[in-house]
Write a protein of this length. Sequence first.
Length: 457
Amino acid sequence: MTAEATGRGTAGAPSGPSVVTGPRRLPWLGNLPQFARDPLDFFVRLRERGDVVAWRLGPQRALFVSRPEHIGELLTGIETVFRHPELGWAFTLVLGDGVVTSEGAAWRRKRALVQPAVRPRQVRTYAATMAACAAGLAATWQAGQRIDVRREMLALTQRIAVRTLFGVDTAGREEVIGAAMDVAQRAIGDEFRGVTLFLPPWVPTPGRRRLRHAVRVIDAEVGRVTGERRRSGADRDDLLSRLLAARDEQGLPLSDKEVRDEAVTLYIGGHETTGTTLTWVWYLLSHNPGARARLGEELKRVLGGRTPEFDDLRLLPYTEQVVKETLRLYPPVWLMTGVAKEGSTLGGRAVPEGTVVWSSQWSAHRDPRWFPEPDTFRPERWDPRGEPAAPDHAWFPFGGGARACLGARFAMVEAVLVLATLAQRFHVDLGPGEVPAEPRLTLQPGAPMGAVLRAAT
Ligand code: HEM
């Protein structure tokens, strides 16, 4: 037990959860080497040590929490008890002052302005574009063809992201917009790896040059599409029209710069996360023929070969369970943090200001207390008529609380529609080998995902 990270004896009553000391620390570096070597394994080991573990990341005083009620406190306390972490200059360069990069009153205003564009009623209007893009891909696939699953899924979710954001008439420019967004996103990820992490932002590197060029392309493309839409005055069923129609409490619209920042935020927030989820879906289905057969039966019975529509979603519970179980085993966002403000508490115990409280979807989602046989892919565990449900915040791929993912509904609708469209026509057969998860900005496959397509019968 340690008093340093909990303020025990300094502020507040010494009640609440006991705090376990983390693995042995090095002077200055603390647990940085163990964390850097294999963060996923490190977080699992912290969870196995105790529910609340004190550790150090260099000079940073940190707590790691694994119990759902503490994870819930962290997530619901962001913006009140805990500060949202600063994301760094590269995020800000790409996302500007969008909802993800803002805090406090500015964040509240932006969240209220963006929310209507992604509310369930609105997502219904994007469903046809999602399904049409998936059907378009299915039409190009052939039995016997070899594919790179990750590349196919990212190209598909890129098309869906550009078309649902800027409208189907951007089809001619979608490769340009999508490619620039992807370069920017990759470059942000590179800022968090290796020596680049320690270089001040003004040091030029080839990656940073690519990043700045990509941002110029994004600004030009988004500016052009927004300008055209404003001039035409057209109201379309896409996110851009919703952002242009949004009004704040004073009845004021978003400026062009604000529209740009939110549009890029929605793209970056939604594209790779959903594309990677779908990549892992195919991997898990290929390794679990029983689940694949059950999925095939549901799709055949409900759809009988036609492309799904929004109203079919409620008839496809198993398809949704496959996606939820994939998000459990391979959560694209694999860690969340909050910085304790003055007077912060956790489980009734004071947490000193500045302590960073960490939680990890990867580690929590594999906790055998809430998910029996945690490493087994079993979509049935999400059947509400079946096993007892895991507690709230045991599964949190979309975060939670005030800053929960704005696109959760969008992502689920997209993933289920894409899966239903493609899986009723094709089996995607990957090799039998295990693909490790690689914790980058999002959780990526750590090896190529080559596969052969087979006609689904
Ligand atoms: C499987 C797909 C997705 C996953 C796993 C995911 C996960 C998350 C998580 C964990 C957060 C909270 C991050 C934090 O507070 O630090 C978040 C926030 C956010 N997500 Fe998603 N997301 C997904 C898809 C999407 C999509 C499709 C969109 C847009 C259409 C989107 C837009 C956003 C936005 C705007 C925020 C910021 C909310 C705020 O700060 O108030 N996400 N997402």
